[in-house]
Design a protein around this ligand. Structure first.
Ligand code: ADP
Ligand code: MG
Length: 329
């Protein structure tokens, strides 16, 4: 996995992935020599191992709202507004905010070509049981600033604010926000540190975390300040609708299998929905897993049974199977 929470990893992730191998016709594939076939299969497996991000409604909504806020905040000297993307685990929050970051950074690069001294986007995650110092250190780590055992909080914070200001950081993404609990003293200090950063760094702040709207992060005096300035984007498992079917069809298009009949997977959309509980991550895992099996076994197609052969994560398994609606809790 790439470490998005370092500048190097973040920049690497922005570079477009290598293009997938050109699909061969069945005849061409059969005619390949042993070594050539191995290379071609390896390229297909590598392609399947990479996540192909789909522009789902959550992604599009987050990118649109985020871009709008960046523009609205451009001349604000105080009380900049932000976004909170909140919902159950595995509903695409991280993908949505990192896609917003990607679009912001690519736009920035296009506007300021050849300026390597810009850091338009900062991405940090809140560590479990975080202290204020730990969150400040996360910012420093992303920026590649040294944090020594002896550096005090004020030094770290001033260095981070200085670098972000100098490098024109316009967007700060803070993920795993649910790791803050305002009922502990440490949690309250972390929230205060984030608030301080958001006042000092002239950027739009985007938060993501599990069920933030039901947590104590938005209540009380501290919470009310956030609640008053942040727009909430809720995420949830997909209902079994046209978008879900489109998602399945989009995933099918990326498979590169030789005996797979296009349209088979959209035909299984309802089954796939019940099987995965409408979780996009579980769908992607099941479909790509079955495609990898299809290449390795030489079957070259995906069926209901080959999907069932891929074990899913615990959440998808428990929310999926019996056709309950509890998945949307
Ligand atoms: N837009 C998308 N396109 C393709 N796959 C996605 C998309 N959003 C989510 N996924 C899949 O779902 C998984 C979980 O998404 P993630 O953003 O990490 O969820 P969360 O942050 O809400 O826990 C990802 O690893 C990926 O496989
Ligand atoms: Mg996440």
């Amino acid at each position: 996995m790439r470490h998005l929470s370092t500048l190097e990893g973040w920049r690497q992730a922005l570079d477009s992935p290598p293009s997938p191998p050109t699909p061969l016709a069945v005849g061409e594939y059969r005619a390949l020599g042993h070594a050539e076939r191995e290379d071609y299969d390896e390229a297909r497996l590598d392609h399947l191992a990479r996540l192909q991000v789909v522009a789902t409604s959550i992604v599009r909504h987050t990118v649109t709202c985020g871009r709008r806020l960046v523009l609205l905040n451009r001349h604000a000297i105080s009380a900049r507004r932000g976004l909170i993307v909140s919902g159950p685990a595995g509903t695409g929050k991280t993908i949505a905010i990192t896609q917003l970051g990607r679009s912001h950074e690519l736009l920035d690069r296009a506007r300021h070509p050849g300026q390597a001294n810009r850091i338009p986007v900062v991405y940090v995650t809140v560590p479990p049981a975080a202290t204020a110092r730990m969150i400040a250190a996360e910012f420093a780590r992303f920026l590649g600033l040294p944090v020594r055992g002896r550096s005090n909080m004020t030094d770290i914070i001033e260095a981070v604010v200085g670098v972000c200001t100098d490098t024109r950081t316009g967007l700060v993404l803070v993920d795993e926000l649910h790791n803050i609990s305002l009922t502990t003293r440490h949690g309250a200090e972390v929230a205060d540190t984030l608030k301080y950063f958001s006042e000092r760094i002239p950027a739009t702040f985007i938060y993501a975390g599990i069920d933030i709207e039901h947590s104590n992060l938005l209540s009380g005096t501290r919470g009310a300040q956030i609640a008053g300035r942040f727009t909430l984007i809720p995420t949830r498992p997909f209902p079994c609708n046209d978008e879900w079917k489109g998602l399945v069809a989009t995933m099918e298009e990326t498979l590169l299998l030789h005996d797979h009949q296009p349209g088979t997977l959209p035909g299984l959309a309802q089954f796939l929905h019940a099987h995965t509980g409408g979780m996009i991550g579980a769908l992607s895992h099941a479909v790509r897993g079955a495609a990898i099996d299809a290449i390795l076994t030489g079957n070259e197609k995906i069926t209901k049974n080959s999907i069932l052969a891929i074990p899913l994560d615990h959440t998808a398994q428990t929310t999926g199977r019996p056709k309950t609606r509890t998945a949307t809790k």
